[in-house]
Design a protein around this ligand. Structure first.
Ligand code: SF4
Length: 326
């Protein structure tokens, strides 16, 4: 094992976290990058391309049900949509702390910049996160370190505070200058963001949690198709595929207790029904949705198959569709 000091760096994929890694590497400290994946975000391919370019090791932590519980009941509430950013960030740091201990690293660091986001990155918020993640004195924000309280590795001269940054606020100029200094010009932008910040996805996840649909399979379903919820007497969910790929995925995710509908004789979507109580009530509606999103034949009646039953139906009325849409 190398005698170098080492640190665990959170990789969000943005420029700031790359700059933070550069600053730490510059001080001859070994850096192990960590990235997190969940049903709501996954930047693994992009992150791997960054750590490969930087020549550092990458550890991946997959979030499971305990993270879902945090999304359901965040201590600090939600942002604009269903994004519990403060709780999420604290959870990430707790995972990074575990890695720090496992890898016998000296500290954890992030690309956070003081006051870049007035609510979540002011001095008090940064201190609260450090405390809640149980990382007091062991969490360095290299880009703003000179403006924050000295940490244990700084006091112990594991790292030279004078060579860390003093960036504060929303202007990106200091980061752009630093990127130039480090020759960072060709880093790709991350592909996908966090679905919890997406308005449509947030409506779907709230509806799913309200109906106790919170398994990983339930959450994967939220990413595809058009979603509908019956309201009276039966709170079944109906999902209609929008293309071949989504139809395939619906079949992959279908459970034994779900119903799958398919149009016959014409091209149309796969329709999945989950958590139904009354088959007789839900089937005509789901078949009507299947007909609505099929390539309609000259004859407006569409045949839809479910198990060994064939239903002949007209497309569901547009006003009812809008009422049921999640
Ligand atoms: S945007 Fe998403 S991944 Fe990022 S901190 Fe917020 S909830 Fe977590």
């Amino acid at each position: 094992m190398s005698s170098k000091h080492r640190a665990v760096g959170l990789l969000s994929g943005g420029l700031d976290s790359i700059l933070a890694i550069k600053m730490i590497l510059e001080q001859d400290i070994e850096v192990i990058g960590v990235c997190f994946t969940s049903p709501f975000f996954d930047n693994l391919i992009y992150t791997k391309s960054i750590t490969d370019k930087l020549g550092i090791e990458l550890k991946v932590v997959n979030f499971g049900m305990d993270y879902i519980e945090i999304v359901k009941n965040p201590k600090y509430g939600y942002g604009k949509n269903f994004n519990p950013c403060i709780d999420c960030h604290t959870y990430m740091l707790k995972q990074a702390k575990k890695l720090m201990e496992e890898l016998k690293a000296d500290f954890v660091f992030t690309g956070e910049v003081l006051n870049e986001r007035p609510m979540s990155q002011n001095r008090q918020a940064l201190q609260n996160i450090e405390r809640d993640a149980d990382l007091i004195g062991r969490l360095i924000r290299p880009l703003s370190a000179q403006l924050l309280e000295p940490t244990i590795p700084e006091t112990a001269k594991v790292i030279d505070r004078e060579r860390l940054g003093s960036i504060s606020g929303r202007s990106r100029k200091p980061q752009i200058a630093l990127a130039k200094k480090y020759g960072i010009t060709d880093f790709l932008q991350p592909a996908g963001g966090c679905l919890l910040t997406d308005e449509t996805f947030s409506k779907r996840i709230k509806d799913a949690f309200d109906h106790n649909e919170d398994s990983i399979n339930d959450l994967e379903l939220l990413k595809i198709g058009r979603h509908f919820r019956l309201s009276e007497n039966d709170s079944a969910k109906i999902i209609v595929g929008r293309n071949e790929q989504e139809n395939k995925r619906l079949n992959e995710l279908a459970k034994d207790t779900d119903l799958i509908l398919l149009p016959i004789e014409i091209v149309g979507p796969t329709v999945l029904i989950r958590n139904y109580k009354n088959k007789n009530l839900v089937l005509p509606i789901a078949a009507g949705l299947c007909a609505r999103y099929s390539d309609k034949s000259a004859n407006r009646l569409v045949k839809v198959k479910v198990d060994d039953i064939i239903i002949e139906t007209e497309p569901l009325d547009e006003s009812l569709i809008n009422k049921l849409r999640i």
